[in-house]
Design a protein around this ligand. Structure first.
Ligand SMILES: [Fe+2]
Ligand SMILES: [Fe+2]
Length: 192
């Protein structure tokens, strides 16, 4: 699932993805990012390192406060911001260790530093990272993980996903992928 050329980075990133199901989330989102790169003509050498590293900053947030840092019952919005800032810092360090070019490192770090709280994408690569970050929620794993975080029923979570597909996805291929995945989830959960 992780492309061979990005495995050295993935191996290092894993040390920072041990909370919030982030390793599995990132594995799914990296797959979606690869598809979106192909659909959108974005730079894979920017998008894939950015998505692999985007949530490494959660490793710096106290574990008992993570689920109160985002979502419907946010109490610590500053910790949500912290995961972006610290993720950018970790990314700069790991990418430098792996001898990525300094200009690319800055582009990747800028995407990570704001991937969650910045409303408007700053580039096509940023837009692709944003959508890849959200598409995992439309998988069975994402549905069950996110609804467990917030105590939602399957029906409540499916309704949220329907709304997010219209408002939070920023590329056309991302929206289409979300609606395709949602259609499958809805079919699997029909009670009629
Ligand atoms: Fe994030
Ligand atoms: Fe994420």
């Amino acid at each position: 699932m992780i492309p061979p050329e990005h495995r050295p980075l993935w191996t290092r990133a894993l040390a920072y993805l041990g909370v919030r199901q982030n390793a599995e989330h990132t594995r799914y989102s990296t797959g979606f990012a690869e598809r979106l790169v192909a659909c959108c003509g974005a730079r894979g050498d920017i998008v894939l390192p950015a998505i692999i590293l985007h949530d490494t900053g959660w490793s710096t947030v106290p574990e008992d406060k993570i689920l109160a840092s985002f979502g419907p019952r946010t109490r610590y919005p500053e910790l949500r911001r912290q995961h972006e800032v610290e993720g950018a810092r970790i990314a700069r360090r790991l990418l430098t260790e792996l001898a990525y070019g300094p200009p690319d490192i800055e582009v990747i770090a800028a995407i990570i530093d704001g991937h969650d709280t910045r409303a408007e994408p700053i580039s096509l690569e940023d837009a692709v990272v944003k959508d890849a970050d959200k598409l995992w929620r439309y998988t069975r794993f994402g549905l069950e993980t996110v609804r467990a975080w917030f105590g939602h029923t399957v029906a409540q979570q499916l309704a949220l996903l329907e709304g997010w597909g219209k408002t939070r996805l920023v590329t056309d291929p991302g929206r289409h992928m979300a609606m395709g995945l949602l259609t499958a989830l809805q079919a699997e959960n029909r009670s009629d």
